[in-house]
Design a protein around this ligand. Structure first.
Ligand code: G5P
Ligand code: MG
Length: 226
């Protein structure tokens, strides 16, 4: 039986984790689990656990570790027997250690995107609050400026996507991610990618995964250069 492949993708808000994860899931057939999407789905479905985290998510603040691991780890158990890719989890050292107790990751992708690029992308993001549809004024603008394509209702911008709040969010990401990145570096499974355009980074990630996923016999030890 082929060895299961377990990977995670890290990066600051707006770095392209979701965009790249969808490409990886599509190209390599991994099960894809986005922590943010999972929380938002739970909030929309009004599950008890997810309603507790609503205020954190709405303010783009980190959900406490014990809540996050209690939500994510059972979800991963349901994926046993599948190869998977995590987007947005683990985000803190506490989460990484809890995950490490149960699963050894094969590969971690870290996205390094310049602050100016993130600022442009996120401050260009507008949302249709009723449906959660997301527009980007540069990348995928609405057909009529300021209006949702389907309902014609007005679009809004989240307070945390406004330029003044972004700097604090990004700085916080860096502080929290540093020990997680160091952990995966020490395990020899970290691969970092820098750039300003997802389409330019993607071919490198595609080629890395092609190599790793085809040279992963179950008894190979993990001696990789980060
Ligand atoms: P999320 O959902 O994990 P964030 O804030 O980390 O949210 P986000 O917004 O989902 O990150 P992303 O996935 O890194 O960003 O990036 P993306 O969505 O692919 O791309 C961002 C935008 O840029 C899109 O509009 C896309 O179309 C555009 N774009 C992509 N590539 C390019 C490009 O090359 N050029 C241009 N011009 N545009 C591009 O987490 C949400 C909340 O959930 C909680 C927290 O409250 C968090 O704030 N949460 C957790 N809390 C604690 N622990 C965890 N593990 C948690 N996970 C989630
Ligand atoms: Mg995302």
């Amino acid at each position: 039986m082929a060895k299961l492949f377990r990977a995670a993708i890290m990066g600051p808000p707006g770095s392209g984790k979701g965009t790249i994860s969808q490409r990886i899931a599509h190209s390599f057939g991994l099960q894809y689990l986005s922590s943010g999407h999972f929380l938002r789905e739970g909030i929309a479905a009004k599950t008890e656990a997810c309603l507790l985290v609503k205020t954190y998510v709405e303010r783009s603040m980190l959900v406490p570790d014990h809540v996050m691991t209690r939500l994510m780890l059972p979800r991963l158990e349901q994926l046993s027997g599948h190869s998977w890719l995590l987007d947005g989890f683990p985000r803190t050292l506490g989460q990484a250690l809890a995950l490490n107790n149960l699963y050894q990751l094969d590969l971690v992708i870290s996205l390094n995107i310049p602050y100016e690029t993130l600022k442009e992308r996120l401050s260009d993001r507008w949302i249709h609050p009723a449906s959660g549809r997301v527009y980007n004024m540069g990348f995928n603008p609405p057909r009529v400026q300021g209006k949702d394509d389907i309902t014609g209702e007005p679009l809004i911008q989240h307070d945390d996507d406004k330029p003044q709040a972004l700097m604090a969010r990004l700085r916080h990401y860096k502080d929290v991610a540093k020990p997680v990145i160091d952990l995966y570096k020490s395990q020899g499974i970290l691969h970092s990618f820098s750039g300003t355009e997802t389409d330019r980074i993607w071919p490198y990630i595609n080629s890395l995964l092609s190599t790793k996923m085809h040279t992963q016999p179950s008894d190979t030890c993990q001696a990789q250069t980060p």
